[in-house]
Design a protein around this ligand. Structure first.
Ligand SMILES: [Zn+2]
Length: 72
C-alpha cells in the first residue's frame, strides 16, 4: 500500500510559538510548536489532533458537496 506524502503549503507564522502548515492535498495541518528550548510537531485533522509520533498518511478526501447558488 502506497503512502502518499503531504504537500505542505505556505507556513503560517502568525503565532510566535507555533508554525502551521496546511497540506494542500488533504485536511491535515502540521503544527510545529516551539516552547522553552524544545520544539515538537503535531498533526491536526478536522480539528482533532492525530498521531504525534509519526506523520499520518496523506489521504485526500472528497470535497464536501457545496451547493453553490446557481444563476437563475
Ligand atoms: Zn496531506
Amino acid at each position: 500500500m502506497k503512502i502518499s506524502k503531504h504537500k505542505w503549503g505556505e507556513p503560517d507564522r502568525s503565532d510566535p510559538y507555533s508554525t502551521r502548515r496546511q497540506c494542500t492535498r488533504c485536511p491535515t495541518v502540521k503544527v510545529t510548536r516551539k516552547e522553552h528550548p524544545q520544539y515538537w510537531t503535531e498533526f491536526w485533522r478536522d480539528g482533532v489532533r492525530v498521531s504525534v509520533d509519526k506523520t499520518p498518511a496523506c489521504e485526500p478526501v472528497r470535497a464536501p458537496q457545496q451547493q453553490e447558488v446557481a444563476h437563475q
